[in-house]
Design a protein. Structure first.
Length: 76
């Protein structure tokens, strides 16, 4: 191994895997932060913003922990 080359330049598959994982995580983090912000859930927003869990915590928050309130129908 040459001293100028690192692991990522020698094995491009690892770089691609890291890139895909980062994009996956960023998309789920964006959705989860948007939901936490719109529900005004400050503790969840802070936790989701700080922790990086490759999208796992974000997916759990979106589908398990955050319950959207149903809009009541307007009586006419």
């Amino acid at each position: 191994m040459n001293t100028d080359q690192g692991l990522l330049t020698e094995q491009p598959g690892i770089f691609a895997l890291i890139l895909v994982l980062a994009l996956w995580s960023a998309v789920w983090k964006g959705f989860a932060l948007y939901r936490a912000g719109s529900l005004k859930s400050v503790p969840w927003f802070v936790v989701l913003f700080i922790l990086n869990t490759a999208g796992i915590l974000e997916i759990l928050y979106l589908f398990v922990f955050s319950k959207r309130k149903k809009h009541e129908e307007v009586a006419s």
